[in-house]
Design a protein around this ligand. Structure first.
Ligand code: KIV
Length: 328
């Protein structure tokens, strides 16, 4: 495997439309770690491209997770195993190009850190060079060598325990984890090991709230829950779930704050109806030539040219119209 070379993005000169009125300072991984237990819950939301990054950063989230959930909610796969480091770097770069204040966390995909430690570090570096400020990987004590190697390269690491979707086949499906005592103890021990290794935060996915609470009370770094109840230091949701854009699965922990999928279908239906009824485009949605120009067209023998319209005395002459003679 060779080093990924996605260029670090630059800030567009034009800025972006959704810039909050009060500019926020960039949020860093150490700043996130420092929020442990301060009573100010951390907010993380996924984004995968420039428009969604602008939306979530404009809403003031603390962290943008460029999750490998992109495979399911954007690319249409049934699981997250189908995306590569190059795919993730492509999406991280699109998010980072918007220059968000939120910390951009790039998700290391399956098989990017289950390989040699050299390749693990190169893959993590590819996401950093694409614009991430930290990476996330799934798994506990088993992944400590990978975590340590990435941290040794000065890259902040976010852990991910409980339901780890990259292990869907090994786990036998997308199931709640930590329901038995031994499994719950293993999650706590994994969290302690990740925190001791130096992870700056840990995602807890689909675990009973009592387990999440125990982890949160035990580790000195913030826990970010998804399907883990409210006793976490923060919460994360997949943007397409919370906006009502993903219909195929509806886990009980998802709260839908909008129905953008249904709204979008209605909007496109209205466009199609307007086109078919001949009411789109209207005169206001059309570029018009000046009447003098229309006269010229008729003089040049274009019998099919539109007649001058007395209802449009302010029509503007189109300068770039062709000088070619009209066909005989
Ligand atoms: O990829 C993702 O969106 C995630 C979240 C579910 C935490 O890992």
């Amino acid at each position: 495997m060779t080093e990924q070379t996605v260029p670090r993005p630059t800030v567009p000169a034009s800025g972006h439309a959704e810039t909050p009125s009060v500019a926020r300072s960039p949020i860093t991984a150490p700043a996130v770690a420092a929020r442990k237990g301060n009573g100010d819950p951390l907010v993380m939301v996924t984004a995968y491209d420039a428009p969604t990054a602008r939306i979530v950063d404009g809403a003031g989230v603390d962290m943008i997770l460029v999750g490998d959930s992109v495979a399911m909610v954007v690319l249409g796969y049934d699981d997250t195993l189908q995306v590569t480091t190059a795919d993730m770097a492509h999406h991280v770069a699109a998010v980072a190009r918007t220059d968000p204040s939120a910390l951009v966390v790039g998700d290391l995909p399956w098989l990017s850190y289950h390989v040699s430690l050299d390749d693990t570090v190169r893959n993590a570096a590819a996401l950093i060079r694409a614009g991430a400020g930290a990476v996330k990987l799934e798994g506990g004590r088993k992944r400590l060598p990978a975590v340590q190697a990435i941290l040794d390269a000065e890259i902040p690491v976010m852990g991910h325990l409980g339901l780890t979707p990259q292990s869907v086949h090994a786990l036998g499906g997308f199931r709640v984890q930590g329901k038995e005592l031994d499994a719950a103890r293993a999650i706590v021990d994994d969290a302690v090991a990740l925190a001791e290794a130096g992870c700056f935060a840990i995602v807890l996915e689909c675990v009973p709230d009592a387990v999440a609470r125990l982890v949160t009370d035990t580790v000195p770094v913030p826990t970010i829950g998804i399907g883990a109840g409210r006793h976490c230091d923060g919460q994360v949701l997949v943007l397409h779930d919370l906006l009502g854009l993903e219909d195929r699965i509806a886990p009980k922990f998802v709260r839908r704050y909008a129905e953008l999928g249904a709204d979008a279908t209605t909007a496109v239906e209205q466009f199609a109806a307007d086109v078919r009824a001949g009411t789109f485009p209207s005169s206001e949605e059309t570029y018009h030539a000046a009447d003098l120009f229309l006269d010229d067209l008729h003089l040049a023998g274009r019998a099919d040219a539109p007649r001058p319209d007395p209802a449009r005395p302010d029509a503007v002459r189109i300068e770039e119209v062709s000088d070619e003679p009209a066909p005989a």
